[in-house]
Design a protein around this ligand. Structure first.
Ligand SMILES: Nc1ncnc2c1ncn2[C@@H]1O[C@H](COP(=O)(O)OP(=O)(O)OP(=O)(O)O)[C@@H](O)[C@H]1O
Ligand SMILES: [Mg+2]
Length: 356
């Protein structure tokens, strides 16, 4: 197991800058998730760590070794892609074993890792099949087994669960993080799925347009997003944003939106960042907004646009000034489309941003 350090990484494709001065330190044994929208540079960064892309400038260390100019096979890493390549003429078992042909480990140690992988990934019934005789999800599990058997110093995984159905994805999510904890192998896992990132990562690097937006534990990122981009990207349903300005009236804070003022009773001074000049947007998570039984200084009238029932709870989609907002209510709460509701906001959990 090794740490991974990225220093000032820059990657250009012609005139296009895909990675723009990235610095990152993945601690030994951590499960680190790269999270961000399509095209933000997750795969490119991973490929630079793996040695599949040459860096334009910057350095990459795996453990104490500067691997920036080493070819992939000298980096002691194992990669899993969204659709991994298997040898078509070999059985699943032989495919798995191709990864340990050059291994210096003892046969019984390799056999133990093989049996472990077969058990965890539930692939016993697939071992004699050829890739063409398996489904996409089954082939993906064989590809995972290949890297587990190899026991490298780092796992690099690029959306390995994306092609699987929802139930298999959920169970592999659990198995993969458990396995990673057992093996203690430093892992970088790429996804654009924030639920996957939140549930799997020890740390998450949120990326946007080739840059690091925030690096922290899932909880830090959820509770203390450093930018509006991070706030809007992490959390489901998404955080609600109210355009407007924050004002202090005596001991109280008031948020002034277009055509309304709402009092934020429990808001603490520290949450505003001290200086709140230049705040142009307030963010409130869906769970911090409630239907109020009466109109008041901390309520806002909103119209019900639609309701999505999730079983144990429902998401109510509200509109005000042509903007949509989402709140979570219990499944028993009955609301009608087009009904006007008084919504109270818990100021204690408000986030403020300089971006509109
Ligand atoms: N070989 C290449 N030549 C030119 N541009 C490239 C090349 N590879 C990637 N890019 C560009 O670099 C940017 C980052 O691509 P990358 O594949 O790293 O994104 P990603 O975050 O992995 O996205 P996705 O979630 O869609 O997989 C994209 O705008 C992409 O078009
Ligand atoms: Mg990608």
């Amino acid at each position: 197991m090794s740490s991974i350090v990225i220093q000032n990484l820059r990657k250009e494709f012609g005139h296009f800058t895909a990675i723009d001065g990235l610095n990152l330190q993945v601690a030994k044994g951590d499960f680190c998730v790269f999270l961000g929208p399509s095209g933000c540079g997750k795969t490119t960064t991973l490929n630079c760590i793996a040695g599949l892309e040459e860096v334009t400038s910057g350095k990459i260390f795996i453990g104490d070794r500067d691997v920036t100019d080493l070819p992939p096979h000298e980096r002691d890493i194992a990669m899993v892609f969204q659709s991994s390549l298997l040898y078509p003429h070999l059985s699943a078992k032989k495919n798995i074993m191709t990864s340990v042909i050059h291994s210096k480990d003892k046969a019984d140690v390799v056999q133990q890792r093989f049996e472990n992988a077969v058990r965890i990934l539930e692939i016993n019934h697939l071992l004699d099949k050829k890739p063409s005789e398996m489904s996409g999800g089954e082939r993906q599990r064989i590809a995972m087994a290949k890297v587990i058997v190899r026991n490298p110093v780092c796992f690099l995984m690029d959306e390995p669960l994306a092609a699987l159905d929802a139930s298999l994805r959920q169970s592999l999510r659990t198995e993969l993080t458990r396995l990673q904890k057992d093996l203690g192998v430093t892992t970088v896992f790429v996804t654009h799925d924030q639920v996957e990132a939140m549930t799997m990562g020890d740390k998450i690097m949120v990326m946007n347009k080739g840059k690091l937006e925030q690096y922290g534990t899932p909880l830090e990122i959820y509770e203390n997003p450093k930018s509006k981009f991070v706030a809007g990207f992490v959390g489901s349903p998404k955080m609600n944003f109210f355009p407007g300005e924050l004002e202090r009236k005596g001991d109280e804070f008031v948020f002034n939106g277009s055509g309304y003022s709402i009092s934020l009773e429990s808001l603490k001074w520290e949450r505003t960042g001290g200086d709140f000049t230049g705040i142009r947007s307030m963010g409130i998570r869906p769970e911090n907004m409630r239907i109020s039984s009466e109109e008041g200084p901390n309520t806002l009238a909103m119209k019900v646009y639609n309701v999505e029932n999730l079983g144990k709870e429902s998401v109510v989609i509200l509109v005000r000034d042509e903007r949509q907002y989402r709140i979570i209510v219990s499944a028993e709460t009955k609301v009608q489309i087009d009904e006007i509701l008084d919504i109270s906001i818990d100021g204690k959990f408000a986030h403020f941003f300089h971006e509109a």
